[in-house]
Design a protein around this ligand. Structure first.
Ligand code: PEP
Ligand code: MN
Length: 338
């Protein structure tokens, strides 16, 4: 249920509605919007009687919320959320590019790749310090040393950095070094990690799980918002299907649906979807055409030597080409997404 206030509603009237909701034992969540303030009613066990609130001063209407996810839905907030990462916007009207290697391997590797992707137009740098690997024998990442390297990259290039937090034990450490905290596909339904992310003041990049429905993905984002962090970026990275021609199947229809259902920014990771570099450029063009707010692409200065995901990592020259092509696509399609 959503209590929508009139445009002229005073702060005192809003406070009175919050108090009335809480008096019934529910949680009140005011949502300031461009046009009007609305107050979400959460934690109601059964149906809420709208008549309790309709008569209060300043109330315009009481709308039932039909979706199982509340805070992430357009029913709660019709306007797009735009997240600022150290001055870099992500969301409505912007095309934000995140690029870098799968894993942080060394300072030299990161600086070389970061300088190249920045020159081409990347806004944020990515690199895993804690890596979720299928095999325990594969490279697991440099841990804190990797986080220190990312901080040096930010200092040297001015690019904000994105890196993954694998568990609640290391979340705080990752949070102190990075600008955006990634929650990976395998952790999309790690509820304690989602709750911890909800306590953070830093934006969370939430990847879609390997076999997650859109509803499950949005409910995972709901955990983060419910715990207090409204800065969530959703990332479609392909789902598992019967296909053998790619590592996963990039589900671009999910981008279309999520943009309609949710006000949160949605970006696409074509690298983990494809698993091979020859598909990354065409998938990137398609992602921008359907309205993704950004891309996250794996790039390595020397993919043949990469310690993880070399086969899907672009050479810097390929990323440069990608940046030029997607800018043209964005310019053509942007008016259709307004
Ligand atoms: C990654 O981006 O480094 C990663 C491991 O991706 P995913 O969680 O989508 O597999
Ligand atoms: Mn990877």
């Amino acid at each position: 249920m959503l209590v929508v206030m009139t445009q002229q509603a005073t702060p005192e009237e809003i406070d009175a509605v919050v108090a009335a909701i809480e008096a019934k034992g529910y949680t009140a969540r005011p949502i300031p919007g461009g046009e009007r303030v609305a107050i979400g009613i959460l934690n109601n066990k059964g149906a809420v009687d709208a008549s309790h609130f309709l008569a209060l001063p300043g109330v315009k209407e009481v709308i039932p919320v039909t979706r199982p996810y509340k805070l992430v839905s357009r029913e709660f907030q019709p306007e797009d959320t735009v997240i600022q990462v150290n001055g870099v916007p992500i969301g409505n009207g912007h095309l934000t590019l995140i690029a870098g290697p799968c894993a942080v391997e060394s300072e030299a590797q990161c600086l070389k790749t970061a300088r190249a992707v920045k020159r081409s137009g990347a806004h944020l740098f990515r690199g895993g310090a804690f890596k979720p690997r299928t095999s325990p024998y594969s490279f697991q990442g440099l841990g804190e040393e990797g986080l220190k390297i990312l901080a040096k990259v930010r200092e040297a290039t001015g690019m904000p950095v994105v890196t993954e937090a694998l568990d609640t034990e290391t979340f705080g450490l990752v949070e102190t070094y990075t600008d955006v905290i990634q929650i990976g596909a395998r952790n999309m339904q790690n509820f304690s990690l989602l709750r911890r992310a909800g306590q953070s003041h830093k934006p969370i990049l939430l990847k879609r799980g390997l076999a997650a429905t859109i509803e499950e993905w949005l409910m995972a984002a709901e955990y983060v918002l419910e715990a207090g962090n409204t800065q969530v970026i959703l990332c479609e990275r392909g789902v598992r299907t019967f296909a053998h021609h790619s590592r996963n199947t990039l589900d671009l229809s999910a981008v279309v649906v999520v943009c309609k259902e949710s006000h949160l920014p949605v970006i696409v990771d074509p690298s983990h979807a494809a698993g091979r570099r020859d598909q990354v450029l065409p998938l990137s063009r398609a992602a921008v055409a359907v309205g993704a707010h950004g891309l996250m692409v794996e790039v390595h200065h020397n993919p043949k030597e990469a310690l993880s995901d070399g086969a899907q990592s672009l050479y810097p020259e390929q990323f440069d080409k990608l940046c030029r092509q997607i800018q043209s696509i964005f310019d053509v399609f942007q008016p259709f997404h307004q």
